[in-house]
Design a binder for this molecule. Sequence first.
Ligand SMILES: *[C@@H]1O[C@H](CO)[C@@H](O)[C@H](O)[C@H]1NC(C)=O
Ligand SMILES: *[C@@H]1O[C@H](CO)[C@@H](O)[C@H](O)[C@H]1NC(C)=O
Ligand SMILES: *[C@@H]1O[C@H](CO)[C@@H](O)[C@H](O)[C@H]1NC(C)=O
Length: 238
Amino acid sequence: MLTILWLLSLFLPASCAQLLVTCAYKGLCQQALLSSNDVVLQCDHLQAYWYFSSFQGEDPFLVSSLPNIKKLPGGSLQLNKPQPSQTGLYRCEDNNTALVVEYEIDFQDVTMLHITHKGLGQNPLQNQSLSLGREEMVFTHWEPWQDCNRCGVPGERKRLGYCYIQESLENPMPCWLYLGDEKVWSSRLRPEMQVEACLVPCNESEELIQPFFTSDISKLGQSTNNVQLTCPLASIYR
Ligand SMILES: *[C@@H]1O[C@H](CO)[C@@H](O)[C@H](O)[C@H]1NC(C)=O
Ligand SMILES: *[C@@H]1O[C@H](CO)[C@@H](O)[C@H](O)[C@H]1NC(C)=O
Ligand SMILES: *[C@@H]1O[C@H](CO)[C@@H](O)[C@H](O)[C@H]1NC(C)=O
């Protein structure tokens, strides 16, 4: 049986492991991320102006009006516990309204995270077609495995996977950037995390900063499919 965990607060208060998202000058970059995990969008311009537009058809507005978003002194934008509703286009302009950099960010709902452990025979989600009439396929775009959380003794490592949609012959896109304001519900539309056992030798010149994660997910989920884990010093990105 698949066990689905609902992680409600895998964010970190410390700034040390904040994910930095970068993009080339005047570029437009698309990225899927997880909600409730802090990120910084880079824009190296001292007099940067950031605008946000969602897919709900509203005009772009200055993000300084949003309580969980802060412009850093160098021009980059810090998003504190971003919500799925903050999915959309983030545009950084210079003081002459010229584009510096743009990001299309899909904040996928961390409370929908589908977690599986390889060693327990749990399977990640299967590819699935959507019926919007354009032969769309929903699949998980996996990040590389992260470092083992311990060395010299058995440990665990994890990798994150984001929901992507691919239309035949088109480039795949993060699900909610593809869907825009289209109202579609499918239980396949969710991000994933996979965990596996690892055993790596210790390297004294390299500090292992992986938080210890968990060992047996199925036990946690025995009485109910919903479990709330809080790990205030960990980030899901490392
Ligand atoms: C924009 O900023 C630059 C660098 O600070 C400054 O030299 C320039 O006068 C500014 N332009 C406007 C229109 O404010
Ligand atoms: C799922 O779809 C992706 C993208 O089209 C593809 O790369 C992957 O091989 C597919 N996986 C399976 C099991 O069919
Ligand atoms: C140990 O870590 C250092 C720094 O990351 C790296 O240069 C070195 O190759 C590593 N040694 C081994 C045996 O992995």
